[in-house]
Design a protein around this ligand. Structure first.
Ligand SMILES: Cc1ncc(COP(=O)(O)O)c(C=O)c1O
Length: 461
């Protein structure tokens, strides 16, 4: 916490600013309003994914170049959303454009392996220290297949996840996310609740959630599950949570999880869909020095094309190799996606790129911290690699419970509108973070900090 005696945010003022900023954004996005009217006649809700919904209408984009994007009204933004944290390479990176252009003329799909898939697997093996890899097309596919592999290996059905963590949209992991504070339940016995309709109770019951940053609670829950005759096949988790802003692991936590899971014969899966290749060359696995049994990747892997991957130790992946698990998919290892991934790994996400991202992130975190300090805002900035956020909270967030307890929804909504009206394209929702790209510069960072400073000024005026 950077501020010892923070001011209390005046919510009447927040409401006034919300109204003003919403009107301003509506006025500058009239073509998006028209596009929405047309789109919803054929696209459900006018969007391709419910995560793209926004009231009163979504902002429709046209193109992107490097660190910038443009919407259908011609508004220009520095992009800190970066496709839900996928575009660490920046938009239309010349190395990726060249690789895709070359590949597209050579045929884009065979459902047979091309050399690029072998090269990408070799590079992921080198980076993550995991022996065997398979490709999929999204983060959801990666976590779905990883869980199936863990179940096959252990012969167990129950799975364990961290309460509040998102791992994609398949039934088994759409559990205990986005739950209201009152419904979280007893910390030692957190509730298993479906995230949205259409998820069978029988599946929900197989997923048990525990709090982040509490190895003791995890171990006690595992021991109870063992006594009940349903030990977990796996623990699937983000080593640093990326959907409550950014929540870093407390010292010793990941090491303890590694030891507990090993002792109980549980497959430890680090879901690195957001962190992998984005916070270091080998993501959280490298950053925190703890090697899981499996890693799942997507987002940054494809450089803007749909690609995901599953990496595992030889032992874990033996159930794929011996044919007991069907790890399959028509588009797995698609040549176009693999050409982009190869160019990205070989030519874009280099050691120098990670150094650049670290320097920029230090600058944005320090800049935001200085604003918070100067205006005595209740909050703090946190960052790692290309990711970070300002968390508006008087308490330090360590897990979902502390996140929910101190959630200031109106201020978060205001921050998003404020940024959009000042040329900063941010991921909507308090739970999201910024993602920097290798094409971001100090100019982009300083624009972000200046907009935040102006917001702080307006909040405290
Ligand atoms: C940690 C994590 N895992 C899995 C997923 C699912 O990835 P996708 O949306 O590509 O299916 C996401 C998406 O945001 C994620 O953040």
């Amino acid at each position: 916490m950077s501020v010892h005696s923070p001011i209390e945010v005046d919510h009447v003022r927040v409401d006034e600013l919300l109204e003003r900023e919403l009107a301003a954004l509506n006025a500058r996005t009239q073509r998006s309003a028209e596009m929405y009217k047309r789109a919803r006649e054929s696209l459900s809700g006018g969007v391709a994914s419910s995560y793209q919904l926004r009231d009163p209408w979504p902002i429709y984009l046209v193109d992107g170049a490097g660190p910038k994007v443009w919407d259908v009204d011609g508004n220009e933004y520095w992009d800190f959303h970066n496709g839900f944290g996928s575009m660490v390479q920046g938009h239309a990176h010349p190395a990726i454009v060249e690789a895709v252009r070359e590949r597209v003329a050579l045929g884009t799909h065979f459902a047979a392996v091309t050399e690029d898939a072998v090269l990408v697997a070799e590079e992921l093996r080198r980076r993550f220290g995991l022996d065997r890899w398979r490709f999929v097309n999204s983060g959801s596919e990666a976590t779905m297949d990883a869980i199936r592999i863990a179940r096959a290996l252990t012969g167990r059905d129950t799975i364990m996840k961290i309460f509040g963590s998102y791992h994609g949209h398949h039934d088994g992991v759409m559990v205990s996310i986005g739950v209201p504070y009152e419904a979280i339940g007893d910390r030692e016995n957190l509730a298993s609740l479906p995230y949205g309709a259409g998820i069978p109770d029988a599946v929900v019951e197989l997923t048990v959630a525990v709090p982040f940053n509490d190895a003791g609670a995890m171990e006690r829950r595992i021991e109870r599950l063992v006594r009940e005759g349903r030990p977990p096949a796996c623990v699937i988790m983000e080593a640093a949570m990326m959907n409550l802003g950014v929540v870093l692991p407390e010292p010793g936590y990941l090491e303890a999880v590694r030891e507990i899971t090993q002792r109980h014969g549980i497959v430890l899966i680090f879901d690195e869909v957001k962190t992998g290749l984005a916070i270091a060359a080998a993501g959280a696995t490298e950053r925190f020095g703890v090697t899981p049994d499996m890693v799942t990747l997507a987002k940054t892997l494809g450089g803007g094309l749909p690609a995901g991957a599953i990496g595992g130790s030889e032992r874990v992946m033996s159930v794929v190799e011996d044919g007991s698990v069907y790890q399959v998919g028509t588009y797995n290892g698609n040549p176009l996606a693999m050409a982009a991934a190869r160019a990205s790994l070989e030519r874009v996400l280099t050691p120098a790129a990670y150094h650049h991202l670290d320097e920029l992130n230090d600058r944005i975190v320090a800049g935001c911290e200085a604003v918070i300090e100067r205006h005595r805002l209740p909050g703090y900035a946190v960052g790692i690699g290309s990711k970070g956020c300002v968390t508006f909270s008087t308490e330090r967030i360590v897990d979902y419970e502390t996140f929910k307890a101190s959630q200031d929804v109106p201020v978060t909504e205001l921050a998003w509108l404020w940024n959009m009206n000042r040329g900063i394209y941010m991921t909507p929702g308090r739970e999201e973070e910024w993602t920097l790209s290798v094409t971001h510069t100090t100019e982009a960072i300083d624009a972000y900090v200046a907009a935040f400073d102006e917001l702080a000024e307006a909040l405290t005026a």
